[in-house]
Write a new protein. Structure first.
Length: 112
């Protein structure tokens, strides 16, 4: 009887924590989308205009952007900034136009 009560309490806490995590992730999604777009643009300029190594481009990020990761595709001259499971944006280098973001393919965030 006592084990069932403890199990039910643990399950309830887990569900509450899961709902809270989902709400938090949803509330910060617009900031993350903005951050990965900015990060991709900065990293593209660093990599293809500044001719620097991709790892050195993290120094150009603003405080608070530590969770953003970068991926480089030298063949297509594209840099992708992403936060796993939440957001991703790619920017392609064009010799005439500079670093251009690829069209947004997600669902636009609507303010409730």
């Amino acid at each position: 009887m006592m084990a069932r009560r403890i199990g039910l309490g643990a399950l309830t806490l887990f569900v509450i924590a899961l709902i809270a995590a989902w709400g938090y992730a949803r509330s910060i999604t617009p900031k993350i989308e903005l951050g990965v777009g900015y990060g991709a643009r900065v990293a593209c300029a660093c990599r293809y205009i500044g001719n620097r190594d991709l790892n050195s481009c993290y120094k150009d990020f603003e405080p608070g952007m530590e969770q953003i990761s970068l991926k480089d595709d030298p063949k297509l001259k594209t840099v992708t900034a992403y936060v796993p499971l939440l957001a991703s944006r790619s920017v392609r280098y064009d010799p005439e136009l500079g670093c251009q973001p690829e069209p947004f393919k997600g669902t636009p965030y609507r303010v409730p």
